[in-house]
Design a protein around this ligand. Sequence first.
Ligand SMILES: O=C(O)CCC(=O)C(=O)O
Length: 212
Amino acid sequence: MVEPHGERRRFELPRVRDQESWIDVWQPFFQRVEADAVFEALCSESSFERRSIRLFGREVTQPRGIAWAGDLPYTYSRSTLDPRPWPSTLQRLRTIVAEVVGQDYNHALLNLYRDGLDSMGMHSDDEVELGALPTIVSFSFGVTRHLTVRAKHENASPEPRHSYRFELAHGDLAVMGGAMQRDYLHGVPKSRKVEGPRLNVTFRRIVIDSRS
Ligand SMILES: O=C(O)CCC(=O)C(=O)O
């Protein structure tokens, strides 16, 4: 069993419907030297690409690089990531995630933000392949960025414009669970103050094989 270095802390988001939404964070999960080694290994084992996705009916190039590994295809924003083998460091993280969260994950997406101008728009991981109320697990390496979270629905309480910010630093682990993907959006906004790269590794559990 891997011993995380930081404490697990839970942030309960206001309940929107029948179920709680929460984010658990370990700050940090990996200590600096270990986080440095994992960051470097993931970058050297992965080949990053910039993809076009369909957003609000338009083809746009994603403002970040991506790489992935997965046992099953994963489709988001009409772009399909076909199955790909697991490089050794990613496989190691996958084993750690299974021990910490208590279930096996079969897809990992790496998001490489080159600097503060790279970003991720507000979205939720609510694709059908992930089943109802998925638990999403994500590691952060590199510079600190903010994860912004806000309620999805117009009649939601708290009102949708109210947002929560989580600071994710080098070696941190965040787990988003409960009804968070159903009731909340999350994203990583641009920040002109940020210099340097950040790597995010997000684990998902695909429960429906879209090929069958
Ligand atoms: O970079 C992050 O922390 C967020 C990643 C994310 O939201 C995603 O991969 O869907």
